[in-house]
Design a protein around this ligand. Sequence first.
Ligand SMILES: [Zn+2]
Ligand SMILES: [Zn+2]
Length: 258
Amino acid sequence: MKFNYHTHTARCGHATGTDEEYVRCAIEAGYQILGFSDHAPYRSYSNRRCFMDWDQLDDYIDSVEFLKEKYKDQIKIHLGLETEYYPYCREEKTELKEKVEYLMLGQHFSDPMNSQVDYFKQNSEEEILQYGNSVCEALDTDLFDCLCHPDVIMSRQPEFTAACETIAHMIGKKCAEKNVPVEVNVRGIMKGKWRPIEGRACYYPSKEFWKILSQYPLRVIVGIDAHAPEDLLDLESVKDAYRMMEDLHLDFISEPLL
Ligand SMILES: [Zn+2]
Ligand SMILES: [Zn+2]
């Protein structure tokens, strides 16, 4: 069974293509299940380059529901969202979860209301620990059905530091305890192919990070994190993800999440 639950739409401001093009590419690539999980909006602030606005939410839901029906004989479509978690927006995350079938945690930034840290940049030891703590705090809410790119913090880290090691253990332990699937992110593999960082062939997934995660009894899922319809056609990068998981003896999910 071929499935992908990590798909964006142009509403987030940094993805391209129409919603329908994503569905067509997924069908062409042989997926039986396609989950849309665009970057969720916030009530209190807007960032048109990072996530949709709250007033785009209904259009997103209507569009995915429309495509779900239109293509029901060819592919099963699910409606989800990817989002960060900050304690003060717990209520609105609960509200979002009621509107969709699944919520994925993708902690790309720290709290924008409190000197926001970008986890795609090179981070200090303190910021790395803050990332690990915020992921664990988010998972403690039981709002999330999956943790996307747990190692996003490694995207610009030249070294695998003591803090990286600490948070890999924290996240592995938390995901095992909560039984939350953890994602090997294919977009990271794609990006690593065209943008080596500091001579490293890979961006994320980080082998060092996943070596630690592999010490925990985790359920691991592959997510494309498609930001263009054609991303769904890159089956070579998907193979690389499975190869990495096999090398690390990770127990990957072969049954659909929903
Ligand atoms: Zn994105
Ligand atoms: Zn994503």
